[in-house]
Design a protein around this ligand. Structure first.
Ligand code: MN
Length: 303
């Protein structure tokens, strides 16, 4: 079976439909399917930000329900489950309802305002059961970061569904559930030293920087080689202690999450990001799995 692996959609259903058509999927009885033996693998982050979140969810879930696609969980789906699940023990919800969290989730709340039953009965239960990673014969997929240590923990401990017990453990500071979910769905971060901070795309001041864990070890010289959006001055300094986590497996992993800019490129033959910021006027990107072992892998990108 060949797969078309698709990066973060964030409610951009029009771009999704265009991409599916470009990949040869046709709408039959309201569901996109391919005339040959092909399936889509969606990398998570279906909701928030974009103008057509409901439409995106219907397209993706319908394809999954009919065997035309598989989908994994993104941090936005995980956050949504926490946001909408009450914490009976401590009161409130498993995700806070303060400005930052509401702002990040606002488009979804707005677009589902008159469809609350659909959200509650159809999509939230579906989010809870989305796999956190997928492994095939010749490739793997995860939303943000594949670290064997965490994937093995999930294989042994995650029972295929986000239960309230799991969410309660996730909310305990530095619990194993917290570290595994944070790093698998949101990626690895490091604390900036010397009080450096920066402002992220939502204007939130942060002192943790996302690590480009997929960057091959030989390309790591300065801090900016492995850190995203880090302050200029700090980025120009040479990496001090250790070169950090890097992906060493021979099996290619696909991931999204990182809002890369420009046209898709292969930075590492074995770890390929497919999020090129469709929600910020970038591209919605797919990769055709038959190009995994191609010499020029960039021919596998469709966008
Ligand atoms: Mn994400």
């Amino acid at each position: 079976m060949n797969y078309d692996i698709i990066g973060d959609i964030h409610g951009h259903a029009d771009e999704l439909e265009k991409l599916l058509q470009k990949l040869g999927y046709n709408l039959l009885n309201g569901i996109y399917e391919h005339s040959e033996q092909r399936k889509v693998l969606f990398l998570g982050d279906y909701i928030d930000r974009g103008p057509k979140i409901r439409e995106t969810l219907h397209i993706v879930k319908n394809m999954c329900d009919t065997g035309n696609a598989e989908a994994i969980m993104g941090n936005h789906e995980f956050n949504a489950v926490c946001f909408h699940t009450t914490d009976k023990k401590n009161g409130g919800y498993y995700r806070k309802h303060t400005f930052t969290e509401i702002n990040q989730h606002f488009e979804t709340l707005k677009q589902f305002k008159d469809f609350s039953e659909e959200w509650k009965d159809l999509f939230l239960p579906w989010f809870k059961k989305l796999p956190l990673f997928i492994e095939k014969d010749n490739f793997r997929a995860v939303h943000a970061c594949w670290d064997d240590k965490h994937i093995n923990w999930l294989k042994n401990n995650f029972k295929g569904k986000l239960t309230n017990d799991f969410l309660a453990n996730f909310n305990k500071n530095k619990s194993i559930e917290n570290v595994v979910i944070e790093e698998t769905l949101k990626g690895k971060e490091i604390n900036l030293s010397n009080g450096h901070t920066f402002f992220d795309k939502d204007g939130v001041e942060r002192k943790e920087c996302r690590v480009k864990w997929w960057q091959p070890i030989e390309k790591r010289v300065k801090n900016s080689d492995i850190l995203m959006m880090c302050p200029l001055e700090y980025g120009n300094e040479f990496i001090e202690d250790g070169k950090g986590f890097h992906y060493t497996s021979n099996k290619t992993v696909f991931f999204g999450h990182y809002w890369l800019k420009g046209n898709p490129v292969v930075e590492n033959n074995k770890a390929i990001c497919l999020d090129y910021s469709v929600a910020k006027k970038g591209h919605l990107v797919a990769f055709k799995s038959e190009y995994i072992s191609a010499i020029n892998k960039e021919e596998g990108f469709i966008y």
